[in-house]
Design a protein around this ligand. Structure first.
Ligand SMILES: Nc1ncnc2c1ncn2[C@@H]1O[C@H](COP(=O)(O)OP(=O)(O)OP(=O)(O)O)[C@@H](O)[C@H]1O
Length: 296
């Protein structure tokens, strides 16, 4: 098996009494675009900052491409990290950024950088502080891409972009991934975007991983099942109920079976957005509305 791009074991990060990440054991596979989703405060940025070596775990371990995060220049060169607000130097021009990138990165690929700048229509003479959010994101992707990293990590790369800029950024990202052998981990609140570009999904909530896997496998392993009340009380062994909604006459369950034996009567596939929301409701605890009995 190839080394995971990110592997954590009982990873915990505390800020005072609060655990931003709590006992997270996770493998993110190589060669995929992985989407990290979860509500505000779930711990997504914390996980990505740990992977980038910007902060250290309180306990547990994290390995990136088989090594300690940011363990020296060689390891830094293997990972491209773009933080949440796509930081650039406001006073430097686009061309200055490329020169700086070349100076700081031994593996810098000037051809990739120049081709992407042409393709995205960025004006090399323009100061980064005068770029739009979408243009800044494209510049940040260009800088990260031209490092020719093995892993690209983005913290909410499209959060501030309008739908067109978002689409164009994600298109660029997919083209870049197709052209070069690079793995990507990105966090996002936009499930539709994740569905469009990602192959692998990690749902993080309440500082823990709720579920992780290939999106196709997750789709195959989950079903919404509707049946008369009481008819779904006994499910085949190994089938886990993720959510249950009962009316006096009818029960609706969302069930998970990693073995995919979900040919139950009344079972239908569940979309990715519903799947994510179901896990997020479950993580919120038994008071979450989806688990309450309703009087329909
Ligand atoms: N430097 C810090 N000091 C104290 N608490 C922090 C710090 N960084 C993060 N936290 C806390 O850790 C938790 C997880 O934060 P994190 O930024 O990782 O969440 P997130 O999933 O990225 O959220 P969002 O979607 O809002 O960006 C939050 O409760 C946050 O307040």
């Amino acid at each position: 098996m190839t080394t995971p791009v990110i592997a954590t074991n009982a990873l915990t990060k505390r800020y005072g009494a609060h655990a931003a990440l709590d006992d997270v054991t996770l493998d993110i596979p190589a060669g995929r675009i992985t989407g990290l989703v979860g509500p505000n405060g779930a711990g997504k940025s914390t996980l990505l900052a740990l992977a980038a070596g910007l902060i250290r775990p309180t306990s547990g371990t994290i390995e990136v491409l088989g090594n300690r995060p940011a363990a020296g220049a060689a390891q830094l060169a293997r990972v491209g990290f773009v933080a949440q607000d796509t930081p650039v130097y406001a006073q430097l021009t686009v061309a200055d950024h490329l020169r700086l990138g070349e100076k700081l990165n031994p593996g810098w690929d000037a051809q990739v950088a120049e081709a992407r700048i042409r393709q995205t229509g960025l004006d090399p003479a323009k100061k980064a502080g005068r770029l739009s959010g979408g243009q800044r994101a494209q510049l940040a992707l260009t800088l990260a891409a031209a490092k020719r990293p093995e892993l690209l990590v983005f913290d909410e790369p499209v959060a501030a972009l309008d739908p067109l800029a978002r689409r164009s950024f994600l298109q660029s990202l997919m083209e870049f991934v197709a052209d070069m052998e690079v793995s990507v981990v990105l966090s996002s609140h936009l499930i539709a975007d994740v569905e469009r570009v990602c192959d692998h999904l990690v749902i993080l909530a309440e500082s823990r991983v709720q579920v992780a896997g290939e999106i196709d496998d997750l789709a195959a392993a989950h079903r919404r099942v509707v049946g008369p009340r009481g008819s779904l009380d006994r499910l085949p062994g190994g089938v886990e109920v993720i959510a249950a909604d009962h009316t006096p006459r009818q029960s609706t369950l969302v069930v998970h079976d990693p073995a995919g034996r979900l040919d139950l009567p009344g079972a239908e596939p569940i979309g990715l957005e519903d799947l994510v929301l179901t896990y997020l409701h479950r993580a919120e605890g038994p008071s979450a509305p989806i688990l309450q009995e309703t009087a329909r």
